[in-house]
Ligand binder design. Structure first.
Ligand SMILES: Cc1cc2nc3c(=O)[nH]c(=O)nc-3n(C[C@H](O)[C@H](O)[C@H](O)COP(=O)(O)O)c2cc1C
Length: 385
């Protein structure tokens, strides 16, 4: 009782201080620099025993009875709560330890690629606090799967409660711009990661690359998945979907996915559409956070209604609060990931979302999170965004 009140108090303080003290300082630093510092600090924090203990002590909030679920369609993996880290925060999987201690139940590290990738010319990030958004133009900078497979595999072997996932994408260079080479690039990454993580996310929808998103085309996706099937990985696969397709086009990709060795879909990637937003024309990139919110909810709901029994849905886009996460679940998501919220609200957002979810479930009379899945899907799917 004392411990849980103390934690509640510490988490409240952490949220308050992050918002009013830490964030104003961090947001004075250029976003590219800040992201590098954040990863370095988190990686250090994971190796420092005292700090690790403190993160775990102060950030713990679990209620597995209400928030835990075993997903039979997704390799039978058990998730102690529905909140995970989405791809992009940590491309090279060096922060698994603090990510686990903050209380995420899963993480998609990456995206990593077949070869090391320097990424697009800087800047990679612009902040848009007025829209609760970041503009991203990283272009898949990462150390390459040969390095990352070792890091993520060792994180997976020591993690107790975190389902360690790795997102893979096509190397952002001229060689992999060719379809055949691009497919080989994914195949190579999948072979390297086979058996080394809890799940794999196949990112077909990175918009910030040399040749765009060739595998968001029905035929080419079929060719890609046919080759990935041959690897026959031991872990479940989720497909990271684009956010800017019409439902008809999106559905045609799902039709391809269910014919292959794909158990889940991650909905959705960054938003390209900046209509109605005041963003300087020379800022390159695509949008995270709140601009992705409505569209992601719509696609989650439509997918749930037609494929909810076949595909596990990881919903992400614009989740900052417990109410947001609950909305994604009511739209049909099994699991809810966050990326921008971690940067805007700090680590205490994670226990705060979980605590809030328990409260919301109780208010609505649900005993477990799975009972709330999709209860508002019809309503949300009727509003095409
Ligand atoms: C800094 C940053 C980097 C990202 N990099 C990737 C990436 O490498 N691969 C990927 O699939 N998605 C990437 N994304 C997209 C996120 O995974 C997510 O789909 C999107 O940001 C919406 O979620 P959010 O509103 O919680 O940020 C990135 C997002 C951010 C903010």
């Amino acid at each position: 009782m004392y411990n849980s009140s103390m934690r509640y108090f510490l988490q409240g303080c952490a949220l308050f201080f992050y918002k009013h003290l830490v964030k104003p300082i961090l947001f004075k630093i250029k976003p590219d620099k800040m992201h590098d510092l954040m990863i370095k600090f988190a990686s250090w924090a994971g190796r420092n025993r005292l700090f690790s203990w403190f993160i775990k002590y102060s950030m713990t909030f679990e209620n597995e009875e209400m928030l835990g679920q075993k997903l039979d369609n997704f390799g039978g993996l058990y998730f102690r709560n529905p909140i995970g880290l989405g791809a992009g925060f940590d491309k090279n999987a060096v922060t698994a330890s603090p990510i686990e201690r903050i209380g995420f139940s899963y993480a998609a590290f990456g995206s990593t690629t077949g070869r090391m990738c320097p990424g697009n010319p800087r800047p990679w990030f612009h902040r848009l606090p007025e829209y609760k958004s970041l503009m991203i133009n990283v272009g898949l900078a990462n150390e390459g799967v040969d390095v990352v497979a070792k890091t993520v595999s060792s994180a997976n072997s020591v993690s107790k409660t975190l389902n360690v996932g790795q997102s893979i994408a096509r190397t952002n260079d001229k060689i992999a711009a060719d379809d055949k080479e691009g497919i080989q690039d994914y195949v190579y990454s999948l072979q390297k990661l086979n058996g080394k993580t809890a799940f794999i996310e196949v990112n077909i929808s990175c918009p910030n690359t040399f040749k765009g998103e060739p595998f968001t085309d029905e035929k080419r996706l079929d060719q890609l998945l046919t080759e990935l099937d041959k690897v026959n990985p031991s872990q479940p696969i989720t497909l990271k979907m684009p956010s800017d397709k019409s439902w008809e086009d999106f559905k045609s990709l799902l039709e391809v996915a269910i014919r292959h060795n794909v158990q889940g879909v991650t909905i959705a990637n960054l938003r390209k559409d900046r209509v109605g937003m005041e963003i300087p024309d020379d800022w390159k990139g695509n949008l995270s956070g709140k601009p992705t919110w409505d569209r992601s909810n719509y696609l989650v709901a439509k997918t749930y209604l037609e494929y909810g029994d076949k595909l596990t849905i990881m919903g992400l886009g614009g989740v900052f609060t417990a109410e947001d996460a609950y909305q994604k679940i009511k739209a049909g998501a099994d699991l809810v990931s966050v990326v921008t919220a971690l940067m805007f609200e700090g680590p205490a957002a994670v226990p705060s979302i979980k605590r809030g979810l328990v409260k919301l479930l109780k208010q609505d009379g649900y005993l477990n999170i799975s009972e709330a899945r999709g209860v508002e899907a019809e309503k949300i799917a009727n509003k095409e965004i």
